[in-house]
Design a protein around this ligand. Structure first.
Ligand SMILES: NC(=O)c1ccc[n+]([C@@H]2O[C@H](COP(=O)([O-])OP(=O)(O)OC[C@H]3O[C@@H](n4cnc5c(N)ncnc54)[C@H](O)[C@@H]3O)[C@@H](O)[C@H]2O)c1
Length: 457
């Protein structure tokens, strides 16, 4: 693992000269300005860059910004600034501005406020993530790009020794996940997948109950995921001119070339199969991840998957499943059902009881499970109560995070298997060790996606 301190000292020396001599504005935040982090000297801070600062990326960036031992020094987005992000399904949505310039301003305003200097210009904005990654003064990156843009920057960041917080669903295709896991191991960097239920107390408690046999032997897990929350544009949609605030070719990146339409990109990329696995992966990555945790199968996966009536649109701009319904079976006999049901339950059934969560409400049988205490000699699962903080703590301790790449990869693999089974409409046998389908060339061809030149893994 890279020793971040040595690199930083030499960088800060150069940066200090540049800041005073060239810009005349500070770009080093004094320790005293970081509140509770008065003791965190600049040389001990984790310097971060945020790649993808749309809806969730801006949230992530804000979460890191408030960490006392972090200094955000760079942001990157192919959008300069736009209020056309697709949150219009929210009542009263007025349009919020996201993109690299709003993000840069948030960072600079944050540190200006902290330092009390009135002006601060220490955060640089990039269009191309490769320029951000090339900076050797950046220790860690947060990747919150659309799903088709996770694997390439994550692998590039790992190969440059940067620690990575990467949003879920980890990948667009199963083969990408294995490549990320290998890159992370090869370069010894810390990796956190953005599946924040791994840092949620209730999820951990439920998984500990199940792992300690409180409902007997686990037999069935039912995960429900929300329906598509955006209406597809009419089937006779027409291409739109590319807005001047967007580098569209870079937004498409490894995805096949396609004419611009606003509903292809910001937020709604979730419903285009070239960029996402739809709600199967978008929401399934969270829900199925907890089944993996409860089942103790974090480093493996099911052995069988079959369609139970998934539906895809016949044509139009949105191409991901409109109805998700599939079943996977594990070697230990546990059956996993995943289906579309708005605000539906997540349920675990065992030989001696069941546990159900609907919204945040937990119901169970027997009732006494709710107050059950996990004894000192029982199985205690990884404890984290703040997903972003856990990532930073692990960078310092070199410990594995709550949701390392292997876990993120294995969970989203099941979502991808579901999509493949729903597409092929037949029962498929899966070898979780070799990570391929058994005797099924057609299904195996769906393990990877072709990438548009010059992009490749
Ligand atoms: N953990 C969670 O609960 C959670 C919640 C929401 C979203 N997410 C995940 O975050 C990711 C982004 O989702 P979103 O809703 O923020 O989408 P979004 O469209 O609002 O933001 C994505 C941003 O990435 C930018 N981008 C695209 N290509 C880029 C590139 N090559 N380089 C730099 N920036 C690029 C886009 O311009 C956009 O600003 C998705 O993978 C999504 O699943 C996770």
């Amino acid at each position: 693992m890279k020793d971040v301190r040595i690199d930083r000292r030499s960088f800060l020396k150069g940066a200090a000269t540049a800041a005073v001599g060239v810009m005349g504005l500070p770009c080093i935040v004094p320790s005293s300005a970081l509140g509770g982090a008065g003791s965190v000297a600049p040389s001990d801070r984790i310097t971060m860059g945020s790649i993808g600062v749309g809806g969730m990326g801006t949230n992530n960036m804000r979460a890191f910004l408030t960490q006392p031992d972090v200094q955000v020094v760079a942001v990157c987005d192919v959008v300069e600034a736009s209020n056309e992000y697709g949150h219009w399904y929210k009542k009263g949505w007025q349009g919020e501005w996201f993109g690299r310039e709003p993000a840069r301003k948030i960072v600079d305003a944050h540190y200006a406020d902290k330092t009390g200097v009135g002006q601060y210009k220490g955060c640089r904005a990039y269009v191309d993530f490769r320029a951000l990654l090339a900076r050797d003064d950046i220790d860690a990156v947060c990747i919150t790009t659309p799903d088709h843009w996770h694997a390439i920057p994550a692998i590039a960041a790992a190969s440059l020794g940067k620690h990575i917080y990467c949003e879920k669903p980890l990948t667009l295709a199963i083969a990408e996940g294995r490549a990320i896991v290998e890159a992370v191991h090869r370069h010894g960097v810390i990796f956190q997948t953005g599946t924040q239920r791994r840092s949620d107390q209730q999820s951990r408690f439920i998984c500990e109950l199940i792992r300690n046999g409180r409902i007997g032997t686990l037999k069935k897990a039912i995960t429900t995921i929300g329906a598509n929350n955006k209406q597809a544009p009419p089937r006779d949609w027409r291409p739109m001119p590319v807005p001047e605030w967007l580098d569209y070719d870079m937004w498409l990146g490894p995805a096949p070339w396609a004419p611009y339409h606003k509903d292809r990109c910001l937020y709604t990329f979730r419903f285009g199969f070239d960029y996402s696995g739809g709600q199967t992966t978008n929401l399934g990555a969270h829900a199925i991840d907890i089944v993996q945790w409860a089942n103790g199968t974090d480093h493996t996966g099911p052995v069988e998957v079959e369609d139970l009536g998934g539906e895809f649109p016949e044509d139009g701009l949105f191409t991901t499943a409109t109805k998700v319904h599939f079943r996977a079976k594990y070697a230990n006999g546990v059956e996993l059902i995943c289906r579309t049901e708005q605000d539906g339950p997540r349920r675990f059934e065992g030989t001696d009881g069941w546990i159900q969560i609907q919204g945040n409400k937990l119901t169970c049988h027997p009732e006494s499970l709710k107050t059950s205490v996990i004894g000192p000699n029982e199985i205690h699962l990884y404890e984290s109560n703040d997903h972003h903080r856990n990532f930073l703590d692990c960078i310092r301790s070199h410990r594995e995070t709550a949701a390392p790449a292997e876990i993120g990869h294995r969970s989203v693999t099941i979502c991808h298997l579901g999509n493949i089974a729903m597409t092929l409409k037949r029962k498929l046998r899966w070898d979780p060790e070799q990570e391929h389908f058994v005797n099924d060339d057609e299904a195996n061809r769906m393990l990877a996606r072709a990438m548009r030149s010059p992009w490749h893994l």
